[in-house]
Design a protein around this ligand. Structure first.
Ligand code: NAD
Ligand code: IPM
Ligand code: MN
Length: 351
């Protein structure tokens, strides 16, 4: 029998609420499959930071490495200075575990009322680079707080880092029916990084001749996400553009409560991490209002990554069926509580 060792980082705010439902979905999906799951809870986030001053120690990181996958809720809390947990915990995990493919699928499920009205079929995936760009912390400030302050955040783009994520995106595009890859950048202004991305896409295209490539500047990409989202199949982009585009992608497909993501280490040298796209939502935390669907869909991505394809499909179908029955109601759990949505999804997974 196979046992999956899962590291659980529930985190802050609604993170704990949605992870509980994600774990229920996971348990239910594996029931009777012969695959068991052993979870380890990691006390990371605002509580731990206030208690010890720690965000993610080397000991934590080593312990997490010993798992097959990570399920994360969300981190970040108004009581902690902005950036401390985001950088010291979440980004540290993504960087240390080499999660260079941040996979963020967007699909308009039947029954979802898009704010776009009738946008046609939306089914694309953003491959967001996860370990470089302006996120690396290559910056600094001088004369802080004075009228002469200078604050820099340098975007780091390496040939190695760009090529590996671009190759992954091509492989994903080649495996999809439309075989289309859109590079999103801003090479008209960010000429150094932009041209590295463009040249890399051109070069790797030779390995994937069936894939059609196009390019959009990021500002224009936001137009087309709203006016013609059906034009997108696979999008490859840098860490920051990908962050922004995927919140927009969530908004057009039923809201942030439905958007799932996978932080993948394709070389499998460390566990991959699965988490909703959304954050800790301090405005609704502790009220049972969070939609756990994004976390449940992230569990489907986790199952898929572990090769449990049938179980992943069952979870996704349960979500699709539940969404169809929401009859256009706001995807955010205003009608049912977080726990009620979780229970209903589990019942559908159980079949
Ligand atoms: P957010 O995603 O937490 O919230 C944005 C809006 O969406 C809020 O109105 C919130 O109530 C709503 N929302 C989010 N998830 C929802 C859900 N599942 N169901 C219903 N409504 C939902 O983004 P923010 O407000 O910019 O950030 C809050 C904190 O979370 C910050 O500390 C930020 O750094 C952190 N954050 C963490 C992650 C992560 O852990 N991966 C991601 C994004 C933001
Ligand atoms: C996300 C979040 C994170 C990011 C923050 C919290 C560091 O917004 O996962 O989308 O920017 O990647
Ligand atoms: Mn984000």
């Amino acid at each position: 029998a196979r046992d999956i060792r899962l590291a659980v980082v529930a985190g802050d705010g609604i993170g704990t609420e949605v992870v509980e439902q994600g774990l229920l979905a996971l348990d239910t999906a594996l029931h009777g499959s012969g695959v068991t799951i052993s979870t380890t809870d990691f006390d990371l986030g605002a509580r731990r930071y206030h208690a010890t001053g720690e965000t993610l120690t080397d000991t934590d990181l080593d312990a997490i490495r010993a798992h097959d996958a990570i399920l994360l809720g969300a981190i970040g809390d108004p009581s902690v200075p902005s950036g401390v947990l985001e950088r010291g915990l979440l980004l540290k995990l993504r960087f240390a575990l080499d999660h260079y493919v941040n996979l963020r699928p967007s699909r308009l499920y039947p029954g979802v009322v898009s704010p776009l009205g009738n946008p046609g079929e939306i089914d694309f995936v953003v491959v967001r680079e996860g370990t470089e760009g302006p996120y690396v912390g290559n910056g600094g400030a001088i004369r802080v707080g004075t009228p002469h302050e200078v604050a820099n955040e340098v975007s780091v783009n390496t040939a190695f880092g760009v090529e590996r994520v671009v190759r992954d995106a091509f492989a994903r595009a080649a495996a999809r029916p439309r075989k289309k890859l859109t590079l999103v950048h801003k090479h008209n202004v960010l000429v150094h990084a932009g041209h590295l991305w463009r040249r890399t896409v051109e070069a790797v295209n030779a390995e994937f001749p069936d894939v059609t490539v196009d390019y959009l500047h990021v500002d224009a990409a936001t137009i087309f996400l709203v006016t013609n989202p059906a034009r997108f199949d696979v999008v490859v982009t840098d860490n920051l553009f990908g962050d922004i585009l995927t919140d927009l992608a969530a908004a057009i497909t039923g809201g942030i409560g439905l958007a799932a993501s996978a932080n993948i280490n394709p070389d499998r040298t460390a566990p991959s991490m699965f988490e909703p796209v959304h954050g800790s939502a301090p405005d609704i935390a502790g009220q049972g209002k969070a939609d756990p669907t994004a976390t449940v869909l992230s569990v489907a991505l986790l199952l898929e990554h572990l090769g449990l394809t049938a179980e992943a499909a069952r979870v996704e179908k349960a979500v699709a069926d539940d969404i169809a029955d929401r009859k256009g109601q706001d995807s955010l759990a205003r009608v049912r509580s977080t726990a009620e949505v979780g229970k209903d999804l589990a019942a559908r997974i159980a079949g």
